[in-house]
Write a new protein. Structure first.
Length: 87
């Protein structure tokens, strides 16, 4: 029986499902999985906290302009500002 399930537009076959099941039953190498580079890179030894921050359009435009001039991200500009403020 052929599945109508797809991953990134590619049909998932019964053979692929059986291969995934066999891999799972054999067990996974956790260290190898951690090295795959999925997600954003870590910023330290512990997971980072994600926070919500409300800015006006003018504030956000200023942050974006500075980030563009420095060739960095909004987040990095905000982290630098917080570090300077806390110093």
């Amino acid at each position: 029986m052929e599945s109508d399930q797809r991953i990134n537009g590619v049909p998932v076959t019964e053979e692929q499902i059986e291969a995934w099941a066999a891999e799972a039953e054999a067990g996974f190498d956790v260290d190898a999985l951690k090295k795959r580079g999925r997600g954003r890179p870590g910023r330290g030894a512990q997971p980072s906290q994600v926070i919500a921050l409300r800015l006006t359009e003018e504030e956000l435009a200023s942050v974006d302009e500075l980030a563009a001039r420095e060739g960095t991200s909004r987040s990095e500009i905000i982290r630098k500002a917080l570090a300077r403020f806390a110093a």
